[in-house]
Design a binder for this molecule. Structure first.
Ligand code: ADP
Ligand code: MN
Ligand code: MN
Ligand code: MN
Ligand code: MN
Length: 335
């Protein structure tokens, strides 16, 4: 007997949250294609009216669940009872899941205390020292919640997720993990499962995960992003600046379309301060962390062979939609 945790995205807008429930299966082969469809009450997740509440869960991605005996985590797409993809199903809107596109998402987030409704490391009254001492820090005055972060890293790796690194971020209680994957679906699946695991580990510690892009509002504290590093064969083999300029310029006329899927409340984060570009501008530049798109200096040093970093997606964005939009824009480039 195995425990299958069926995970899906609910119907809340503009930011969808994770939901899940456990299915016990006997004699499971261990193969994704042998996982049965399942259903849930969509009227409790803003995905259906009470009168016809059934929504379907279609398993699309599976990893081992290292925190539970004989168990798997199963990412699902939500379908209407008719079998057609539900309006909330962003994964199903990926038109072109081209595995030639590689994505490295840098997921930032805050560990948040439900007791005082502040990041870990913030005292009940007032504020900790201003930003500066926290990024990539060590020590009890600087890094808050490392036990959670370490446990999350171990669990992600044991599950087989492609985590490439972690670091303490610029604000107190703020952290980041990076995941690399090929294709929009796989990249999104991995990020969503990693988010799920982080939420669940947080329960154990009584700490919640704040995915909002600017949880400390207009105060002088960094917001959270989900920088999207991406490449395709074109970018990996270009060998000249002209190709990079063309690809970056392709993003300029579709700023609106990108911002639409780069996460809720991004105008609060993309202010031009705190290592961001203004939401109203579009810019790109080598090594420029104040640009919309950064061209990593290593890409230039390798003779214009490498990748780009779109710095605009925020921590609460849906990686399926971000990746799909990037593929669409890059593919519009005629070389
Ligand atoms: P930063 O300096 O912006 O903090 P990180 O080291 O946190 O950078 O993240 C860089 C990300 O870029 C990693 O997730 C990595 O997987 C990704 N990356 C590296 N090379 C490529 C590539 N060729 N295509 C796509 N992503 C890449
Ligand atoms: Mn019931
Ligand atoms: Mn990073
Ligand atoms: Mn970062
Ligand atoms: Mn980055």
């Amino acid at each position: 007997m195995v425990k299958l945790e069926y995970i899906w995205l609910d119907g809340y807008q503009p930011t969808q949250s994770l939901r899940s429930k456990t299915k016990i299966e006997r004699n499971f082969s261990g193969k994704l294609e042998d996982l049965p469809m399942w259903s849930f009450d969509g009227s409790s997740t803003r995905q259906a009216p009470g009168g016809s509440s059934d929504c379907l869960l279609k398993p699309v991605f599976m990893v081992k669940d290292p925190q539970r005996k004989d168990a798997y985590l199963v990412m699902c797409e939500v379908l209407e009872a008719s079998g057609k993809p539900h309006a909330s199903n962003g994964r199903a809107t990926i038109e072109d899941d081209d595995n030639d596109f590689w994505f490295g998402f840098e997921q930032e987030y805050f560990l948040w205390s439900p007791d005082n409704n502040k990041p870990l490391g913030f005292p009940d009254g007032g504020y900790p020292n201003p930003q500066g001492q926290y990024y990539c820090s060590v020590g009890a005055n600087n890094a808050f919640g490392r036990d959670i972060v370490e446990e999350h890293l171990d669990v992600c790796l044991a599950a087989g997720l492609n985590v490439e690194g972690i670091n303490a971020e610029v604000a107190a209680g703020q952290w980041e993990f990076q995941i690399f994957a090929k294709g929009a679906k796989e990249a999104g699946d991995q990020i969503w499962i990693a988010r799920y695991l982080l939420e669940r580990i947080g329960e154990k510690y009584g700490v919640s995960i704040n995915w909002h892009c600017k949880p400390l509002g207009t105060l002088d504290w960094n917001g959270s992003g989900m920088h999207a590093n991406f490449s395709n064969t074109l970018l990996r083999t270009a060998g000249n600046k002209v190709v990079y300029d063309k690809v970056c310029e392709a993003f300029r006329p579709v700023v609106r379309e990108h911002i639409d899927v780069y996460g809720a409340d991004n105008h609060l984060r993309l202010t031009g301060l705190h290592e961001t570009a203004s939401i109203h501008d579009f810019s790109y530049g080598v090594s420029d962390r104040g640009a919309s798109i950064r061209i990593p200096v290593a890409t230039v040093e390798k003779g214009w062979k490498g990748y780009l970093e779109d710095r605009r997606p925020n921590s609460a964005a849906d990686p399926y939609k971000v990746a799909a939009r990037i593929i669409k824009t890059v593919k519009s480039v005629a070389v």
